[in-house]
Each structure stands twice: as C-alpha cells, then as structure tokens.
Design a protein around this ligand. Structure first.
Ligand code: PLP
Length: 479
C-alpha cells in the first residue's frame, strides 16, 4: 500500500467520525459494510473494490455543481472546473480504449444504453427525416410531420441476446423500456454447446432486419467475436451496439484484443465503470465520430445534469486502468476465472458452456436439486456472496433460476491467485454438496427452504477467513 493510501486510510477515520455526529446510523452502516465486505468471499461478477483514490474522489464539492451541456457548451455558469474534469476523463477513455469519441456523463450502465439508443435513433432516423423535410431541428416540423416522425421512432427494431442466454434486460427485455420502445427479437445460444451460434444469429438478423444489433452480456461466460457481429450488422444494415459493461476491464487491460475488442468494430460501445473496470459507479459511451454529436445530446435527452464528482472519479479510475499494473490485474482476472472453472470441473460440477474464457463462471446447480435461489442463500450463510442467475432455457424461470453466477474481478483485486480460486471452488462444492432442498407441500421451487448440514457453514467461513486475512482489503484502514 502506497503512502498516499495510508494517508487516505486515516482520512476515512476522520470522515466517519464527522458523519457520526450528524447521522450515527449512516456512519455505523458504512463501517459495517466494510466489515462485511472484508469478511466475505465476494464473487458477484459485477462487483469490485475501487481504489481508495477513486473512492475519495467521489466525495468532493464537485457534487454540488450543475453542468448540463457539454465541455465548453454549458447551460450553467462557472463550469470551468467541471470542463477540466470531463475533458480529462474523456481523454483517458479515448486513449485507454482507442475510441474516436467518449462521453463520460451517464450515471449508470442503463443510462449509457439509453443515451446510445437515442443517439442511434437520432443519427439513423431523425436526421435523415429532418433533412428530407428540409427542417433543421424537430422544432421546425409541423405537427403532422412530428407525428409521422414519432411513429417512425416507434417502428424500429432491436435484436439482443436473450436474458436466459446471458443478455441484459436493457437489450430488449419486455420489462425494460428497451423492450417497449422497440420491436425486439432476441438471439439465444446453441442448445447443445450453449455458445452463440453466429450462423443462426445471421439468419435471424437477415429475417428481422434490426436497426440495432446489440452484442454484450451479463452472464455469458465466453468471449464474443465482434468482427463477426459487425459483419452481420453491416449485412442487414444495422448499427452495432456493444454493451461491454461486464468485460470493460478485460478490454482496458488488453486481454480482449483483435476480434474480441469491441471498440474498433462497433459503431457505439456502452459500458459501466464499476465492474471489471474497477472505477466508481457510472456509465460511459464510446462511439465512432459520426455518432458523437447525437451522443452529446444525452443530457438533457435522457440524462439529468452530469454527476461531476463521479466524472472526476471516472478520470482517476481510467488513469489507473492505463497502467501496466492494471493490465496484469486484468490478465489475472481471466486466469483466475479459468482456475475457478477448472476447480469446479475436476470436482464434477456442471458449468454453462463447459467453462469460461472471460471473468465469470455460471454454475448449474440443478444436479443438487436446488434452485439458484436456494444455492445463493446457502452460500451466503457460509460467507460466500454470489448471485443466482438463469441458465439457458431455465426450468425454474428468472426469479428462482437454476444457476449461480460467480466472478473473479473483486477477489482478484484483493490479490487472490489461481490456487485460491481452486480452493474457493472446493469450498462452494462442499457447501452445495451438504445442502438439501426441503420441498414444501405445494412444491413451488422458491418456497422450498434448504438445510445445510451441521458445521458446514462454520468450516467454510473459517477456511474463507484464512484466505481473506492473507489478502486484506484496504490494509491500514481501521474504522
Ligand atoms: N449492461 C450490462 C451488460 C450489465 O450487466 C448491467 C448491470 O448489471 C448494466 C448494463 C446496467 O448497469 P447499471 O446497473 O450501472 O445501470
């Protein structure tokens, strides 16, 4: 731990004692959250531990500043320092990912996707329509023309990965606005291999002719060939949108290169900044220059005023991600996921797609007669934090599920290596082997409780505790 971090560690003690004087329950919950995160095996694939400099950057007076608009073109006065922050963050993002354009304002991944959808609609539908009607902006349209344009927006199609194959709900799922504002069709995975079937995807895209083809996932344990996705998009006249929220850290760390790097291939790339990228909570849009103007309209089109303190923290995290140290981290994330998968496979476990080559593993717990929900709860009782997840064609549906998703970004940040992850697999198998479902009279899978054999949760916690002590979180930070 560097000196800077040691100073920050003591600063946090002061900060907590100040907060305590105003609202002690919040100070206490903040302290307890650190204890809980320190004492559990955090395997949620979308979580990480941001550095203390990133965390500290979030807590400043930039939070107090309004700055709607873009750099040098704000609807508020006195934005010169926010301009610096936004420019530096965008500069790091462009350099890190080799992107033509970067927009760092989105408050979250969902917001980044909304910005992307509206930017693509603006570029592909609104601009040509205005041009045809000889109008500069929608304000120049007659009521009738505006009505036609609105209808045209509502007729567009998107195609994204289905939820049970690992896609995200913002990729056209019916309970998300993306599934309501667009006609949607999803692509799944091959029923045998559970891998993306590009030939089938191509045939479906030819038939459906989406305006937007979405690639990217939340729970697919494999890499995607973005060159092929772009080829399919071009063939059917679609804009390729890649949502790299989950694997942005592996792109930043140059683990995914060539056809596996979405940035050179996609028209628009969206991401979160807080998962494998290890930054503050937030989102970002990268785009080819032709979409830059439309993306810049994100605020006020779908975003409120930018969160300047979060943009500042994004800049710090992106600067960290441009180091050799981060590249080593990203490679370790992928190597550790492999070790975790191998640890499961050698102990007779069933993994979706039979393994992994990214940062996550999807364990099928059906063989234990457990739902994902029961497995998630039993693991939590034993100090293992994971989350339940659908498997392809999940017989238990999206709430109870049959899978448990496990990711390596967080524990890799603590310094866990391949041997540790093999041990993690061993502990998880021990818990699941010793957990049984207690079916209720109705037989509803989620209503059935579970029983863990005596002593198993305790021995798992003790074993996990040894590993966690060997790889401390924020060493020197005592609250
Ligand atoms: N896109 C993908 C692929 C995700 O996995 C997620 C988060 O789970 C999101 C978008 C949404 O991110 P956020 O929770 O920051 O809105």
């Amino acid at each position: 731990m560097s000196n800077a971090n040691a100073e920050l560690a003591s600063a946090y003690q002061t900060i907590l004692s100040v907060i305590e004087k105003v609202e002690p329950r919040i100070a206490e919950a903040t302290r307890q959250e650190l204890v809980d995160q320190r004492e559990s095996l955090k395997l949620i694939a979308s979580e990480n531990y941001a550095s203390l400099p990133v965390l500290a950057t979030m807590g400043t007076w930039f939070s107090d500043k309004y700055a709607e608009g873009t750099v040098g073109h704000r609807f508020y006065a006195a934005c010169q320092n926010v301009d610096t922050v936004e420019s530096v963050a965008a500069e790091h993002a462009r350099a890190l990912f080799g992107a033509e354009y970067a927009y760092v304002q989105p408050h979250s991944g969902i917001d980044a996707n909304l910005v992307a959808y509206w930017a693509i609609l603006a570029q592909r539908i609104e601009s040509p329509a205005l041009e045809k009607l000889g109008a500069k902006t929608v304000n120049d349209l007659s009521e009738a023309d505006w009505e036609t344009l609105r209808k045209t927006f509502g007729e567009q199609r998107v195609m994204g990965m289905s939820l049970d194959a690992g896609g995200h709900l913002t990729h056209g799922f019916r309970h998300n606005i993306s599934g309501k504002m667009f006609h949607q069709r999803s692509y799944g995975t091959d029923p045998e291999t559970q891998l993306i079937d590009y030939d089938k995807l191509r045939a479906d895209a030819r038939e459906f002719k989406p305006l937007i083809l979405i690639a990217g996932y939340s729970a697919y344990p494999r890499r995607v060939n973005f060159a092929t996705m772009r080829e399919i998009a071009d063939e059917v006249g679609a804009t390729l949108l890649v949502d790299m929220a989950h694997f942005a850290g592996l792109v930043a760390g140059k683990v995914f290169t060539g056809d596996e790097d979405p940035v050179p291939h996609a028209h628009v790339v969206t991401t979160t900044t807080h998962k494998s990228l290890r930054g503050p909570r937030g989102g970002m849009v990268l785009a080819k220059q032709e979409f830059a103007g439309a993306v810049d309209r994100g605020c006020p089109m779908v975003l409120g005023g930018p969160l300047s303190h979060m943009m500042a923290a994004k800049a710090v995290a992106l600067a960290e991600a441009r180091t050799q140290e981060f590249q080593t981290y990203a490679q370790n994330v992928a190597d550790n996921a492999k070790a975790l998968a191998e640890g499961f496979l050698k102990r007779g476990q069933k993994l979706v797609t039979g393994g992994t080559d990214n940062h996550l593993v999807l364990l099928d717990v059906g063989q234990y007669g457990l739902t994902g929900r029961q497995a998630e709860s039993a693991l939590l009782d034993a100090g293992v934090v994971s989350n339940r997840n659908s498997v392809p064609q999940d017989p238990n549906g999206a709430w109870y599920t049959t899978g448990v998703r496990l990711g390596t970004p967080a524990l890799t940040s603590r310094g866990f290596g391949a041997e540790d992850f093999d041990r993690v697999a061993e502990l998880i198998v021990d818990v699941l082997t010793n957990t049984s479902a207690n079916p209720t009279a109705s037989g509803a899978p989620g209503k059935a409780k579970y029983t863990i054999a005596d002593g198993v949760a305790e021995r798992t916690k003790a074993a996990a505790g040894e590993m966690l002590t060997a790889h401390p979180l924020y060493p020197g930070l005592e609250l």
